[in-house]
Design a protein around this ligand. Structure first.
Ligand code: UD1
Length: 429
């Protein structure tokens, strides 16, 4: 398993171009299963999770060609042509689902188009139990019959029917699965307390280009008027990754540097920018991105993670690394996932002063962190350790970096270009 070695203590300076959003690319690629057509999708990030959904789509019958690099200002993203004709099968096997929970995104499209879907249950993961009961409840309301046997969920429905679905938690992939399923249902579906994440709106835009009738995506009530078939061909450019952008802006703050993140949409980052400004980071929104400039030591601040437009749980670990070096006491409250503090023990090994009580982490800022061997436990925890390593004195060796490869395109390269001393040690298993 590869490791990442960081020699910390250098202020990072320069420009970095944000990649396409993983969390938009995955549902949009899954949505191609809904009809017959040829889709041209650009700005696909080069990530392990994207490779996994590609394997899954090919397994189900898609033909995918890579049309080379994106060719947009310094972008390294991919352009794919996805050709979908008759589906070859309707199952998502455990080998694929276990490496990526988001494989569950094929459930809605398969059930809607095929009348049947068999998807292995994703199981628990490092950040909590993460059930899919809301996805299943919604499909049941649309008339599907659901069975769970031997770790596999089977959904059957001749044709899904429009329904009023209230989600008691605004699940992101749950909203996406149900919105996709509803595009082919008989009648109107209304999803209430829907997730408002920009990735849901990006998916809706793609579906509309394919012929779906959707309104309200991006708000908490989404209305979908089902159509007979979705045989249009969608051309789409995946939205920029707001979490990757937030991670690089935090890198400027934690290393005392200045970074311009090109290509991000500041409106997607409002909650993060507000907190960065509050602790004394200078944030400038420019026409093609956001610039963060550190101005001396940073202040402490309390943060609570919430569904969008609140502070994203996917930025909680990275901001904690920053708070570990603040002047004062901060409380970070994680309300979205029940076990998303696995990075705390590793930060403490680097000298951070953090105490966890239930869903609250109480962080007493220290003057400096010191490099240490640490272990990544999930995707965003890995990013937190990279940031801590870049700011720490001495050497940090991060193991289990495969988590990082699931969600950050070319992270060592991007940080090296900004002046970080970061290298990957390749190790064959
Ligand atoms: C998505 C993102 C992930 C992000 C998360 C929250 C993708 C591919 N992943 O994950 O990066 O961290 O949103 O912003 O987009 N829940 C239930 N029942 C369900 C579904 C969810 O109880 O059926 C709970 C979960 O356990 C969690 C909360 O709802 O506590 C939010 O989860 P959800 O929004 O579904 O996360 P994902 O869609 O899996």
């Amino acid at each position: 398993m590869d490791k990442i070695l960081i020699k910390g203590g250098r202020p990072l300076k320069g420009d970095v171009t944000v990649s396409g959003a993983k969390n938009a690319a995955l549902p949009i690629l899954a949505a191609t299963l809904l009809g017959m057509g040829t889709h041209r999708i650009a700005n696909i990030p080069k990530l392990m999770d994207v490779a996994t959904i590609k394997r899954l789509l090919i397994h189900l019958g898609a033909v995918i060609t890579e049309d080379g690099p994106d060719g947009w200002e310094g972008q390294s993203g991919l352009r794919w042509t996805v050709r979908m004709s008759e589906l070859a099968r309707c199952d998502a096997p455990y080998e694929l689902v276990k490496t990526m929970r988001a494989s569950v995104l094929v459930l809605g499209p398969l059930a809607a188009r095929f009348g049947e879907a068999r998807v292995s249950l994703p199981g628990g993961c490092a950040i909590g139990a993460r059930p899919i009961n809301l996805h299943l409840m919604g499909l049941e309301k649309m008339g599907a019959e659901i069975k769970i046997e031997h770790g596999v969920v089977t959904v059957k429905a001749k044709r899904l029917k429009g329904a009023r679905i209230y989600l008691d938690l605004a699940s992101v992939t749950g909203t996406e699965n149900l919105m996709m399923a509803a595009t082919l249902a008989d009648g109107v579906t209304v999803i209430e307390n829907a997730a408002r994440e920009p990735e849901v709106a990006d998916l809706a835009q793609f579906l509309i280009r394919c012929g779906a009738q959707i309104s309200g995506a991006g708000t908490d009530v989404i209305t979908v008027d089902g159509v007979e078939s979705l045989n249009g061909s969608g051309t789409h450019r995946i939205m920029p990754d707001r979490i990757e952008a937030g991670t690089y802006l935090t890198a400027a703050a934690i290393t005392g540097g200045e970074i311009f993140v090109r290509g991000c949409n500041p409106r997607h980052l409002d909650a993060v920018l507000l907190k960065l400004r509050e602790i004394g980071v200078e944030i400038r929104e420019e026409s093609d991105g956001v610039r963060a400039t550190a101005k001396g030591r940073i202040g402490a601040v309390d943060i609570k993670t919430l569904p969008y437009p609140g502070f994203p749980t996917d930025m909680q670990a990275q901001i904690m690394a920053l708070m570990a070096l603040s002047d004062g006491l901060s409380v970070i409250t994680e309300t979205v996932f029940e076990n998303r503090f696995t990075h705390v023990a590793e930060l403490k090994r680097m000298g951070a002063d953090i105490h966890v009580e239930g869903r609250n982490a109480i962080i007493k800022g220290v003057r400096r962190l010191s490099g240490a061997p640490v272990m990544a436990s999930d995707l965003r925890a890995s990013a937190c350790l990279v940031l801590a390593g870049l700011a720490a004195e001495g050497e940090t060796e991060i193991s289990r970096v495969y988590h990082l490869d699931r969600g950050y395109e070319g992270i060592e390269q991007k940080f090296s270009n900004l002046g970080g001393e970061i290298t990957r040690i390749r190790q064959t298993p």
